[in-house]
Design a protein around this ligand. Structure first.
Ligand code: SAM
Length: 278
């Protein structure tokens, strides 16, 4: 690699066949690989016969490691950042490093690939035009329920990461907060031998998982259908606007203008005016 670039390289989330040819080429060509866990990633690199010096970059040393990476870039070297699985920075370390490298004026270039929640969403059958990725929920039930309560009325699909230790407790909290009838999809062990993608109401999922402890093992993405679209209503403020306009112009025109102002339907506003005068 001839230029000093920090590459952000996605690695597999289970199936090693998912490492892209370009990711392999970049990892083979850089002067240094910064990895979350050098022992774990050492096995990945050894599998692909890639022999490059490594340093660890994790939540507790990211600031100091950013200085090390900057020194290497200033010396004209290139560096790749990888995490234990998937895309670095997605519920993984790297934000502090990327920010520091960009602020220092060096190029940061992504080498895209696996990301557990994108893979899960793509196969879930849930709306994917708008989604909220929430990452990991708090470990304690009280904090978890508080976070979930703040999401109850959100319309986009909600996406969470969860571990084997808390999957059942988290689903149970979701059932309590979102209601047992809300539809959700659990994606477990994607790209691995026991890959399972199960969709049901939250009550159905809790029952299914409680009945089979094997389904509680592994790594999980939980996706919850967003809240139903809120129908805008003709409230007191809308009526105030409508009546002010109706004092100045004929009812149909007032309803048309009020529709433009409020985004509500002209016919419904016109009907509301008629209802008041009856
Ligand atoms: N950076 C990763 C990515 O791009 O998805 C995520 C890292 S985060 C520390 C690990 C979490 O991702 C796991 O606890 C699980 O929620 C999810 N995850 C990772 N691999 C997965 C897989 N094969 N199947 C389902 N979920 C997975």
């Amino acid at each position: 690699m001839s230029e000093p670039i920090l590459y952000i390289v996605a690695t597999p989330i289970g199936n090693l066949g998912d490492l892209s040819p370009r990711a392999r080429e970049v990892l083979d060509g850089v002067d240094l690989v910064a990895a979350e866990d050098t022992r774990h990633s050492g096995r990945l690199l050894a599998h692909f016969n890639i022999k490059v010096p490594m340093i660890s970059v994790h939540d507790h040393n990211e600031r100091q490691r950013a200085d090390t990476v900057l020194e290497r870039l200033r010396a004209g070297q290139s560096v790749a950042l990888i995490s234990d699985a998937g895309t670095p920075l997605i519920s993984d370390p790297g934000f502090v490093l990327v920010r520091a490298v960009r602020e220092a004026g060096f190029q940061v270039s992504p080498v895209p690939g696996c990301c557990a929640f994108i893979a899960a969403l793509s196969a879930s059958g849930l709306p994917s035009d708008r989604f909220l990725f929430e990452g990991f929920l708090p470990a304690k039930s009280s904090g978890r329920r508080q976070r979930l309560e703040a999401l109850v009325d959100q319309e986009p699909t909600l996406i969470f990461y969860e571990s084997t230790h808390r999957i059942l407790a988290s689903l149970t909290d979701m059932q309590a907060v979102f209601g047992g009838e809300r539809y959700a999809v659990v994606a477990r062990e994607l790209t691995k031998t026991f890959e399972t993608i199960q969709g049901d109401t939250l009550t159905g999922l809790v029952e299914w998982m409680s009945a089979d402890p094997m389904q509680q093992k592994g790594e999980f993405v939980v996706m919850v259908q967003g809240a139903p679209k809120q129908e805008a209503s003709i409230d007191a403020e809308v009526l105030r606007i409508l009546n002010l306009l109706a004092q100045e112009m004929p009812p149909k025109k007032a309803a048309g203008l009020a529709a433009q102002i409020t985004g509500l339907k002209k016919n419904a506003l016109y009907q509301a005016l008629l209802d008041q005068t009856q």
